[in-house]
Design a protein around this ligand. Sequence first.
Ligand code: TEU
Length: 578
Amino acid sequence: MIIKQPWWKEVVVYQIYVRSFKDTDQDGIGDLPGILGSIPYLKQLGVDAIYLNPINKSPNDDFGYDISDFYGIMDEFGTLADFDELIRTLHDHGIRFIMDLVINHSSDEHPWFKEARTSRDNPFHDFYIWRDGKAGGPPNNWPSFFGGSAWAYNEATDEYYLHLFSRKQPDFNFTNDQLIDHIKNILRFWIDRGVDGFRFDAINHIAKDLEFPDGPMKPGDRYGDFIPFVQNLPKVHDYIRELRRDAITLPDFFVAGEAGGIGFENAHLYTAQDSNELDVLFHFDMHSIGRGPQDWLRIPVDLRKTIKRSFTGWATRPDTEGWNPVFYSNHDTTRTVSRIGDDAHYREASAKALALLQLTQRGTPFIYYGDEIGMTNAWDFKLTDYRDIAVFQKYEEQVVNGIVSPGDYLTGLHYLNRDNARTPMQWNSQPGAGFSTATPWIPLNQNYQTINVEAELQTPDSIFHFYQTMIHLRRVHPVLIHGSLTEYLPHHEQIYVYTRQGEVESTEYLILLNLTSKPAQAELPIDLTNRLDPPVVALMLSNYPNRPPLESVISLLPWEARLYAIKSLKEEDPSSTV
Ligand code: TEU
């Protein structure tokens, strides 16, 4: 019996950081018409949904994550008419639209906050979180995620307001029913406008410990540990369920949420099939890879503890615990091929290996713009090239206070700052890389002259064409989407081996990956080799040509990736054709 799966399990999603994708009005900033004009490219890649970072009106203190009008489109990105044309055209081309919605906070330039801060009895005052100071300072010792205190003083009312992020991003007070009603209206507005799904930003923060206690401090800490009081509190689930119950009534509407501090072991709290909360949860497993105790210290990547443990852990959750996104990078991380692959010695091979891994995993793949052409970190950025608000606020904390030298801080930014993943899309080798003829809002990565879409499209065995082939194979072999995953050699330091198998399909799939820059050998376990009889094993895709046939002892080149179809002895089925 074929069960009709929701569309959001079947698609491959392409995440677009709008600001950096394609500028059509030559202001140096990407815009919605730029995405409209790129639909043929998206169709050529083969993706069938896009997820856009916030497009609502914003003063861009945090580049769209500080919203000043939830019903408008950011001036730099275009108009509501541009939005309507984009979503209509996307749907005409069979592409779904997932909207990033920031409802944990607003901009301090939102009319609600402008009103709220004028007086303690203003009708909008309680939409935000206010507390009296203590001993001449903030109400408690919480830091913000972007550096400095999580509280800002407001003179007109002689009190402080909470901002977990920048001081221009005051947190909403979800205990206020009127506020929640306004949030529901915002959701209904965009659903009525045709969006197919939401990605709720920082959704795990919408409930706070209303006692606002000081967090525990270690010797030398400037701030307390605030995480237990602002992240994943039980009340978050009540709020999400209420929003979904009252405002999201379309049966196949997709709801994703970003939630740090959650792993595959406890994601069911948000995504369990009967939770009526999130369909998928964006975790921070990939964000933390290589990230030391501070945001600027890089540590060696332990393959098993990170990639293998995370991907297998998420893929083997029971169905009842919900579905998963499958991703490496987004707008808060760095470039995949630089953080996880090897952009210095094996850029192409590692980019393709990671594509094969991502697109043979169970879940919904989210491909971050530019990863499909192997874009890299901006290794030559100077401090003045960065635009991320966190860079400058943390500079105060880390460098001015003498914790780290300016040189080490810049090195850390090269490895770990999220602006690495926000440089303009590299369309061609011309000045401006085909992104804009104006000075871009953030400098181009200077390797655009060799790494660009035009070059990739002209090269048959390019990273782009590898992604394109893998997306196609995933679509015609649904076991790669829905099948269960069995991992082998879990303790191997270099090689990741797993199979994907369906409940009824006679064909299963074997994936072999060397996720390191050194050659690797392994002996496949007997319960796997018993099934590997040459006539029934077909190599479907590899990132190296002319490799030897599969045997029980495998020898993989640096970053070598192989996808095999194994036809078992069960009766034939339509998907068994390779
Ligand atoms: O990021 C959320 C975020 O960074 C926090 O949730 C935190 O890092 C995490 O909980 C740690 O466990 C989102 C957006 O993705 C980011 O781009 C924005 O800057 C931020 O929210 C503020 O809107």
